[in-house]
Design a protein around this ligand. Sequence first.
Ligand code: NAD
Length: 391
Amino acid sequence: MIIKPKVRGFICTTAHPDGCKAIVKEQIDHVKAQNHTATGPKKVLIIGASMGYGLATRISAAYSSGAATIGVIFDKPASGSRTATAGWYNTAAFEQFAAEDGLYAKTINGDAYSEEIKKQTIDLIKKDLGKVDCVIYSLAAPRRTTADGTQYTSVLKTVGQPYTNKTINLKDNTVSDITVEPATDEEINATIKVMGGEDWKDWIDALKAADAIEDNAVTAAYSYIGPDITHPMYADGSIGKAKDHLFETAKQMTAEGSVKAYISVNKALVTQSSAAIPIVPLYISILYKVMKEKNVHEGCIEQMCRMWNEKLFASEPVTDDEGRIRMDDLEMQDDIQSSVHELWKEITTDNLDTHADLEGYHKDFYRLFGFGADGIDYESDTDQNRTINSL
Ligand code: NAD
């Protein structure tokens, strides 16, 4: 069929298999072209491996360190005239390229929060790899159902006070003020349940209990801090409380011994999950403009390849004073932030074109779903059915 993008709110309900494949290939080519200083781990589990930072980490692990990878994803194959999800196509493509390059890659598809998927994953590790020596936790999820059947839904709200600032409506490219209301205590706790460290630790504990993780294995999860303008909404908001919990969980797991747990603070980028956060997409489009002009812009793959080779698996992990990996080092540079700040003060609907990289934002958004890849003819028929070989 001929597949066109169908955008509904913050997501695109279609995805293009050939486009996703081409974009996965671009990411693999990026990693292949770098100098690999990392010897790195050889048996890596990536939870949340089909999109964004998780996919980029899987590609970095495989193509920087020659690692065998097991990815946990939550995606849907094509059904009738519905396309598969982009994460499905990305994973099908990654497995195919990995096989061609002689790299082990298998995937488990299902809810990573569930005991069933943890068990299936551990069984696969024990059967094929024995033990893993690295676990990357890169889930970004709107909700979690716990073992007792309770469903928790995360919210993107402030804590304490409402916050008003500029935001962009990406449907019509207009800038207006938005007021983000404070979360209730119940909503904050639910956000911590979904995006905090509890499930990360459940994974590590389950792997340890099954003797499926090496002593001194490294585990990492991802966080964001950002500048003052986004703090009430992000770092100090409900999601920030979950990220604080994630960080405390990392310290706790390291203190318990047998794994070394890290938080990597990554750059703000267009992904399926960041598109849904009020205020942040406008900040990202200004940030893109400034970082591209200064020639220091990076996407997920540049970030994760640099993290893998130069920070997490450098001869010693490179961290800040609090023990966090800082992949937001370039984003948070003074010159970048002061330029962003100046543009933020002035930006309106009328000067969006000169003050922000909206084109770059939209391009990255469509690329998440495989649209806008070089060399793909989007007018031609393609088979929407793709197989993930290991499933
Ligand atoms: P993303 O939406 O691109 O990817 C999230 C992944 O999680 C997808 O592969 C999705 O399929 C998977 N997933 C979601 N629910 C799942 C479930 N129940 N079971 C199994 N898999 C599931 O998001 P992202 O932006 O790459 O976010 C990954 C992490 O990076 C998050 O912790 C996020 O907070 C963090 N982070 C993101 C940014 C950013 O700007 N995008 C910046 C810093 C840190």
